[in-house]
Design a protein around this ligand. Structure first.
Ligand code: IPD
Length: 263
């Protein structure tokens, strides 16, 4: 794919942060037997990855705004553009030595995400998309799945933990969805769930309680692969509501119908 200068910058930043995280991940794998200190080690890895991304992106585009998981948001001199960054999506997987986590970088222009990069550094899978230019994984063009029957479709979600207020609604979702589909996965990295919908590996994804940095890059990747993505509550704000639903265009209405029928 021939990306814009901004997309190439995002890819470069994601690769650099990904390299640093892979190095730290090997260390975390060794720390599994003595859990002491693994949590602090991982938050240092996360913060270091964000610093790498920030230096690359803000160094090249100092006027853009900044929103990221590990630091305070900043309004840019250019109020129309903003980087939205999760340096390590899937932190819990990373902490447990599970190789399923990613760097996620979105670029917003006038309230719309126009470019996105989700880099699964452990598997060397670079998912990228730019508005109007399609979605890609490494050299392969992405297209959402073609499934139209719920009973043949698999979906992913994130299940709340640690006493989240969203737990009852998420459990009710599963109660309605599981009997009518081919399965539900809980992988633990929302950015990758969305990239997998774009790649046709999953037929749909929904989650409550997300942050803008978890989903920004995924939004444009899903759309550019031909998928549909909406706030869980129709008419809401896709990035700020924290609850969204996406899927291939043939399954979307049936899937959204099941998820939105919660009372
Ligand atoms: C988390 C992951 C997880 C999702 C959580 C997110 P983080 O992001 O995306 O899959 O279920 O809601 O917070 O904290 O690892 O960046």
């Amino acid at each position: 794919m021939q990306g814009s200068a901004n997309l190439n910058l995002m890819i470069k930043a994601a690769r650099k942060a990904g390299r640093s995280l892979v190095k730290d991940f090997r260390e975390v794998e060794n720390l599994q037997v003595s859990m002491k200190g693994a949590g602090d080690f991982v938050s240092r890895a996360d913060i270091a990855a964000e610093a790498i991304i920030r230096e690359e992106l803000m160094g090249a585009r100092p006027n853009y705004g900044w929103a990221a998981e590990e630091s305070d948001a900043e309004e840019g001199k250019d109020p129309t553009r903003r980087w939205i960054v999760d340096p390590l999506d899937g932190t819990t997987n990373f902490l447990h030595g599970l190789p399923h986590w990613a760097v996620s970088i979105g670029l917003e222009f006038k309230g719309e995400v126009v470019a996105g990069v989700v880099f699964d550094a452990a598997k060397d899978e670079m998912f990228v998309a730019e508005k109007g230019a399609g979605a890609w994984m490494n050299e392969t063009r992405l297209r959402v799945s073609n499934r139209s029957r719920m009973i043949e479709s698999i979906f992913a979600t994130g299940l709340p933990f640690g006493g989240s207020a969203n737990l009852p609604a998420s459990l009710r979702d599963l109660g309605r969805l599981l009997p009518v589909c081919a399965g539900v996965r809980r992988w633990g990295a929302a950015a990758l769930d969305m990239a997998y919908v774009a790649a046709g590996r999953l037929d749909g994804f929904w989650e409550r309680g997300l942050h803008s940095w978890d989903v920004a890059a995924g939004v444009v990747i899903v759309r550019e692969a031909g998928g549909l993505i909406e706030p869980l509550t129709p008419g809401g704000d896709l990035l700020e509501d924290g609850a969204l639903i996406c899927g291939n265009e043939r399954i979307f209405d049936q899937f959204a119908g099941v998820i939105r029928s919660d009372r």
